[in-house]
Design a protein around this ligand. Structure first.
Ligand code: PYC
Length: 331
């Protein structure tokens, strides 16, 4: 049996985005969060087949468009990547919206604004389009907040660390320069890939974050190594680890949101200030705190993140059950 997926491939700030424009399964659920659970239960082979080798690679991520469930939303988005289906993905949204507009999968709104329903909630998107090309997308993201502070861990290879956990659509362990971590220039990519899962496991042993309003959003998934910027005009730099072997090539939209919540909590970033976040490869997102809010009784921010995506081609991908690697593999 051969399944065919029509994909629009590209990247946002260097990180891959595969928009699956044809071949999406019909999902059950009254919102994108329930559809995410249904996809994971019944169709996870599509994610692993499209994201893992030999059709994908360690950084592969993307998503599907669905009709929205919620009144007032224009489109629903389901994200896929190597580690699962994220509740929210910033670079993914920027890419998906860019490619969907450029290929006519969604019609440009006269207002230049789109409201999208994602598993983590609803987000507002504004964009600039010139001659059929989307030149920038800004996401006003879900409410972001600091979930835990000062978790003490001791990790082989880097020693004692104090970690804060913040949410920006996914939960991030934030590693600020301290002790033997003096900055990203002192770590090789291979050291980041070795140390990050150890840090994530050590934090997981002590703390399981659960979203205060949506218990289906739970668990620490990412590690954000924070540092001072390298390039002129940037506010900060990061290396974001996700899945089992990925360093985000983009500055990470949900990571940037989590980091802005973290800095706001420390009194180091104010509403309206621009936060230019540089990635591991020095690509950039421009973040901003739009407003302060509350998540239940927890202080939170509404962050926005702006970036640009580029379409690299169209890709018809087959997943054929006679292929021994139809579900993909990871080494
Ligand atoms: O941009 O939010 C993001 C993201 C999550 C994982 C990789 N990128």
């Amino acid at each position: 049996m051969r399944h065919t997926f029509f994909c629009i491939d590209g990247h946002t700030a260097g990180n891959p985005v595969r928009l699956v424009a044809g071949g999406a399964p019909l999902l059950k659920g009254a919102n994108m969060s329930e559809r995410r659970q249904d996809f994971l239960a019944r169709f996870d082979w599509i994610r692993t087949g499209l994201c893992f080798e030999p059709r994908g690679h360690d950084m592969m991520s993307g998503g599907f468009l669905y009709p929205p469930c919620k009144e007032g939303s224009d489109v629903g988005i389901l994200f896929i990547e190597t580690s699962g289906c994220l509740p929210m993905c910033g670079h993914g949204t920027i890419g998906i919206i860019t490619f969907a507009l450029e290929h006519g999968l969604i019609s440009p709104a006269q207002t230049g604004r789109i409201r999208a329903e994602v598993p983590a909630g609803e987000i507002d998107i504004s964009y600039e389009m010139e001659n059929g090309r989307v030149t920038s997308v800004r996401i006003t993201n879900v409410a972001s907040y600091v979930a835990a502070k000062g978790i003490k861990i001791d990790v082989e290879g880097i020693g004692p660390l104090s970690i804060d956990v913040a949410y920006g659509g996914n939960y991030y362990a934030i590693v600020e320069p301290q002790g033997r971590y003096t900055g990203l220039d002192d770590l090789t990519a291979s050291e980041i890939l070795t140390l990050s899962p150890k840090i994530r496991s050590a934090v997981r042993e002590q703390f399981t974050p659960v979203h205060p309003l949506d218990p289906t959003i739970t668990g620490l998934s990412h590690v954000l190594w924070a540092d001072v910027p390298k390039g002129d005009g940037a506010s900060a730099r990061n290396a974001v680890f996700y899945g089992d072997k990925a360093i985000d090539r983009s500055p990470c939209g949900t990571g940037t949101s989590a980091r802005m919540a973290h800095l706001a909590d420390k009194g180091l970033l104010d509403t309206g200030e621009s936060f230019v976040h540089e990635s591991y490869i020095q690509s950039r997102f421009i973040g901003r705190i739009e407003e302060k809010t509350m998540l239940g009784d927890i202080p939170a921010i509404i962050p926005s993140v702006e970036g640009t995506a580029y379409n690299t081609g169209l890709n018809t991908v087959w997943i054929d059950s006679s292929d021994p690697f139809w579900k993909g593999f990871q080494v």
